[in-house]
Design a protein around this ligand. Sequence first.
Ligand SMILES: [Zn+2]
Ligand SMILES: [Zn+2]
Length: 341
Amino acid sequence: MTKTFDHGGGVRSVAVPIPDNPLGHTLVHVVETDRGPVLVDTGWDDPASWDTLVAGLVACGTAVSEVYGVVVTHHHPDHHGLSARVREASGAWVALHAADAAIVRRARGTRPERWFTYMAAKLAAAGAPEEHVAPLRTARGRRLPGLAAALPDREIVPGELLDLPGRRLRAIWTPGHTPGHVCLHLEEEHPARLPGHGRLFSGDHLLPRITPHIGLYEDPDDATVADPLGDYLDSLERIGRLAPAEVLPAHQHTFTDASGRVRELLAHHEERLAGLLTLLAEPLTPWQLAERMEWNRPWADIPYGSRNIAVSEAESHLRRLVKQGRAEPVTGSEPVTYVAV
Ligand SMILES: [Zn+2]
Ligand SMILES: [Zn+2]
């Protein structure tokens, strides 16, 4: 069954399923413009998801062939997956921030072996045991997700209005979950006149009941020592200051009091960083830290792929603590260990 929502003021949403994923669905937001609907995100590239999107647009009183443009919050496949099909069916432009467009471009040009070599080296340096790293050394030829992701036609420029004739939709750069994640601010009075400044399409940046994954910006071709968690916390504060009347995220449900949610998340992350410092009373590799961190299940029950994500998250927290001067690498340790200062 196709689920659509009418948020008033020419904004609707279609819940597009993500196959085999506990998140359930991506909310594709449909913004009416003078030239036809503009979509914020498109959903996972899967036949059933596509059918749901197509039927959902009809339920919204339009059709996929009418779509004028596609604004993508970030390059992840549950957001950008169907962009190419929508473009094919409609001739719509597809817009993405330059930093995420660069990831799409590189993923298309990267041989899977290069990615596996990078991951094997990275995990070994993080202190992963040999039995965890070994499968990556022999994984050549496996298919990587995102290889067929659409190259965008347009760049989302932070602070600028997007091409939505008759509407005011401004891009706000919110790096952290990905380097090019953007939120989109609909600078129009709320249709129910809720207090605050317009409405915000928040992608994965600000969600009502979960926190997005913040790992490293994994990129075999970029040696920059980025601080994604620092980026994310700065981006949260930016959204808190914006104080939108209502938030329309890409998962779960709409909510008000964005500033309250931002405060909650900032407090959650500070608490988590403080908890990690306690663990770092003894020197630990990123792998050992990940093993000791709190996850939604015991470490022994975390599957292989999710452990890689967990280590990336541990590393992003270490980067933040080092940057804040609260932890430091132990000189001469190999693989490198970190300890609270
Ligand atoms: Zn995402
Ligand atoms: Zn997502």
